[in-house]
Design a protein around this ligand. Structure first.
Ligand code: HDE
Length: 705
């Protein structure tokens, strides 16, 4: 990950986007009218112990502003986190699209990305099981282009008219507003069993994709089918993908739940810190293309948003890269007020008839009107385009632009017919002239009727450990449903996906397992398994456990090699402050056991040094920390005397090197005694890069066939 310099051009654009940036350092306190104030700690009173006076304009202004600080949260995707960056195409895409930001590899197009969860309210925890939003606003010279995607490539429903039903069912139940940010309740599963088109998306939601390790380690998908159109007017169907250069990685459920308490900001903190550290998240943009004449060549309808286009059949062409390199200055002004809309497009990109997309094209503008209080939200700095804006739209709440002149209509003579429309040659937007024919019907195409084949494809493509996690997620989610009939109907519904899956679900939720069922297709799509992803130790975080008497030489060697591999670390010890090594060298402690938790780290290193190890042996918190990290499949490193601490944790003997001088790397536990550390460090880094050592789980427990 390197620290790209942002071009001057881009900085200028960033300033343009944020012209009213106000830094208050070194400034004097004033009212909103600019009046300098002498005191903001006492209200104006009649006598020192007397009542407050109505004429205290400062008191009234300050309190009134405070009373109005909150705006309605988003009806879905309320909790999110935004970050700035830029996008560069690798080579001109002129063969496929005339979109200008996809032509010139030297152009850096500024972007703003907002990652989000869907169901929880604004203050809910980051690590709940949910879909993640992945919305990108490209500030192109032709106007804003918004790619408003998710981290899963399909959706629950096929037609946007069902969205309010779907969202009502998954949100907290209306009588008691329980549960927060969770699908694990009766109304959602009631909706699911009555809506079989949800089957494929449920498989994704209950897979590890529902609990990402980091926003930096998720894929993004445009989900809906769009069109790309080139300068010659030739159109192709397209689906968009974001591929993270750190690979796709997830938490495990026990960890996600604990994090929701220990650090509800886990994902946003991770992103904020990575950007602040210069470890800029990078995502490659990919496109899948289908020729217009091939629209009906596939075994599924390419307009159906509950279907993905298997990458093995329709390859993802990587066309550029996005780098996220600047945190917001102010969460409210930027992240909260950002307004995305799939209808924001540029010449060279157009819609398809996907019925979910068609509904979305209406909904986003509508929702901004109420959330951002009127039709001028495009003037809020974060939403402002860098392209010039000229039209006859006027007035309304919170108008910022001071429009000049008398003319606000078209056609006109008084202003020489300006602002006037342009031709396509002058880059005016032209809608693709796709043919439309048919009767007016409130119905669905038969080609949208297959709800299970791709759910089966997804299941077949999972590795045994991923299947195990899906089954456990069903046990939790459906096990939380009180209505027994619904639990049975879930089993029956997913029997259409796979009989083994249905039987496994039934075992955990007190339902009757079906003896026969779908065992149909054996097709797989390897791209769907997270085990086939990029693995790197870069930007991971290691907890270094040490106490007084640690071995300084060993630890500084380790720290240097972690730094060399762009791996971050925290020193965790019993007390904050500093600890002393056996040769009296001081080391600052970053966290104690109250402020650290194993779930916040990717790996654990246990320092050597006789007294340090002896102290840890007597600390339940340390032993718990190591055991929990082991349970969660994380890399564990221990050297010399620290091996005794591992033994006290009853980490299986096979992983211990004993008294010899060898690095042992079995199941991600890397140890060394009496030997040089360089081999150990490379073994430990390689164990960290594996993300998780799932073999620890599968060794102990039964894995569904
Ligand atoms: Fe959204 N969606 N959605 N959605 N969506 C909103 O717009 C909607 C859908 C997505 O960070 C809302 O500004 C309908 C699919 C993201 O600000 C709202 C349907 C996908 C975000 C809305 C869908 C998304 C939203 C609420 C048809 C993936 C957060 C607040 C069933 C491709 C953007 C807002 C941000 C937000 C409507 C389905 C992604 C109500 C009608 C499919 C990432 O307008």
């Amino acid at each position: 990950m390197q620290n790209d310099n942002v071009s001057v051009n881009e900085n200028t654009k960033a300033e343009q986007l944020n012209p009213s940036r106000a830094a208050h350092y070194d400034q004097k306190l004033t009212t909103d009218q600019g009046l300098k104030l002498t005191n903001t700690d006492d209200s104006l009173k009649a006598g020192l112990r007397g009542p407050t006076l109505l004429e205290d304009f400062h008191f009234r202004e300050k309190l009134t502003h405070f009373d109005h600080e909150r705006i309605p949260e988003r009806v879905v995707h309320a909790r999110g986190f935004g970050v700035h960056g830029y996008f560069q195409v690798y080579e001109s895409m002129s063969e496929y699209t005339k979109a200008r930001f996809l032509q010139d590899p030297t152009v850096k197009t500024p972007v703003f990305v907002r990652f989000s969860t869907v169901v929880g309210s604004r203050g809910s925890a980051d690590t709940v099981r949910d879909v993640r939003g992945f919305a990108t606003k490209f500030y192109t010279e032709e106007g804003n282009y918004d790619l408003v995607g998710n981290n899963m490539p399909v959706f629950f429903i096929q037609d946007a008219v069902k969205f309010p039903d779907m969202v009502h069912s998954i949100k907290p139940e209306p009588d008691n507003e329980i549960p927060q940010a969770s699908a694990a309740h009766d109304t959602f599963w009631d909706f699911v069993v009555n809506t079989p088109e949800t089957a494929h998306m449920i498989m994704w939601l209950l897979s590890d994709r529902g609990i990402p390790r980091s926003f930096r380690m998720m894929e993004g998908f445009g989900v809906n089918t769009f069109r790309l159109i080139n300068a010659q007017g030739r159109a192709r169907f397209v689906k968009f993908h974001w591929k993270p250069l750190l690979g796709v990685h997830s938490l495990i459920w026990d960890e996600a739940q604990k994090l929701a308490g220990k650090d509800p900001d886990f994902n946003r903190r991770d992103l904020w810190e990575a950007v602040n550290n210069g470890q800029y998240p990078e995502f490659e943009l990919g496109i899948q293309l289908i020729e217009e004449q091939d629209e009906f060549k596939f075994g599924f309808d390419i307009l159906d948003p509950t279907k993905l286009w298997p990458e093995e059949t329709i390859p993802v062409k990587i066309i550029g890269k996005m780098t996220l390199n600047r945190n917001v200055d102010n969460f409210f002004a930027e992240t909260e007020q950002a307004a995305f809309c799939p209808a924001n497009i540029v010449p060279g990109i157009d819609f398809s008839n996907d019925p979910l997309l068609q509904g979305r094209l209406f909904s986003y503008l509508d929702t901004q009107l109420i959330r951002l209080g009127g039709p001028n939200f495009h003037e809020i700095p974060i939403n402002r385009t860098v392209a010039p804006v000229h039209n006859n739209q006027r007035d309304g709440y919170h108008r910022m632009t001071v429009d000049h002149g008398k003319v606000s209509y078209f056609p006109n003579s008084l202003a020489s017919n300006c602002p006037m429309p342009v031709s396509v040659e002058e880059n005016g937007y032209q809608h693709y002239a796709g043919k439309i024919s048919g009767e007016r019907v409130r119905a669905r195409s038969d080609s949208f009727r297959d709800h299970f084949s791709q759910a089966t494809l997804f299941w077949n493509s999972m590795s045994p450990i991923e299947k195990k996690h899906i089954v456990e997620a069903f046990h939790f989610e459906v096990g939380s449903v009180m209505d027994k009939q619904i639990r049975q109907r879930v089993v029956d519904m997913f029997n259409n996906v796979d009989n083994t899956l249905a039987r496994q679900i039934a075992m955990g939720v007190g339902a009757t397992p079906p003896f026969t069922g779908a065992s149909g297709s054996t097709a797989v799509s390897p791209a769907l398994s997270q085990l086939n992803t990029i693995r790197t130790a870069e930007t991971r975080i290691v907890a270094i456990l040490a106490e007084n008497g640690f071995n300084h030489a060993e630890l500084s060697f380790l720290m240097d090699s972690l730094k060399g591999a762009t791996v971050n670390f925290d020193v965790v010890s019993r007390e904050l402050g500093t600890i002393k090594s056996m040769d009296n060298r001081e080391l600052a402690v970053g966290r104690n056991y109250l402020t650290a938790a194993s779930v916040k780290y990717d790996a654990v290193f246990i320092s050597g040094g006789k007294n340090s190890a002896a102290a840890m042996l007597n600390q339940g918190d340390t032993l718990h920390f190591i055991n929990e990290a082991f349970k969660h499949g994380k890399a564990i490193g221990a050297v010399n005397e620290a091996l005794d601490v591992l033994a006290a944790c009853q980490i299986p003997d096979t992983t211990l090197a004993g008294n010899n001088a060898k690095v042992t790397d079995d199941m991600g536990v890397v140890t060394v005694r009496n030997s040089d550390l360089s081999e150990f460090c490379s073994g430990f880094l390689s164990a960290i890069s594996q993300h998780r050592h799932w073999q620890r789980e599968s060794k102990k427990e039964t894995v569904p066939a």
